[in-house]
Design a protein around this ligand. Structure first.
Ligand SMILES: [Fe+2]
Ligand SMILES: [Fe+2]
Length: 146
């Protein structure tokens, strides 16, 4: 029996799930002692930043889209959204530190839309268009980081 090959989609979807769980942990920790709350936040931020680094440095950079117009438009848009996400978590850190209300709902909506696009459009396309060799190289890099 042939073993099913791991796909980029599977690995990155699992990482999305992990990050959402960590965000949920932050939300649940509101009200606990500040030092502990910031520790929970640090874990979330670390995993999210690692994820974005992986996407930009190991995945997007190896993507040579077949449909140039469509493909090359997709990557800058996703990178722009990453910058917005990073900016939002910087604000979130400040709000938590100063005990201000965090807009979890708004933040979650933003990252869910981003995640859905990657899982529905980007990653299936990469798994389909890249050669086995290219995919293996990317998967090796992903495993080094996430
Ligand atoms: Fe992303
Ligand atoms: Fe992602």
């Amino acid at each position: 029996m042939k073993m099913k090959t791991t796909t980029i989609l599977e690995l990155m979807t699992a990482d999305h799930t992990k990050i959402l769980k960590l965000l949920h942990d932050v939300e649940k920790s509101i009200g606990i002692e500040l030092v502990s709350l910031m520790k929970v936040f640090d874990t979330f931020e670390w995993e999210l930043e690692k994820h974005i680094f992986t996407e930009e440095k190991a995945i997007f950079s190896s993507y040579n889209p077949k449909n140039i117009l469509e493909g090359y438009k997709m990557v800058p848009e996703l990178v722009q959204q990453h910058n917005e996400i990073l900016n939002k978590i910087r604000i979130m850190r400040k709000d938590l530190m100063w005990n201000k209300t965090v807009k979890f709902h708004e933040f979650k909506e933003f990252i869910m839309a981003h995640k859905t696009f990657e899982e529905a459009s980007l990653y299936p396309k990469l798994d389909q268009e890249l050669t086995t060799g290219q995919k293996e190289e990317i998967i090796k890099k992903i495993r080094e980081i996430v």
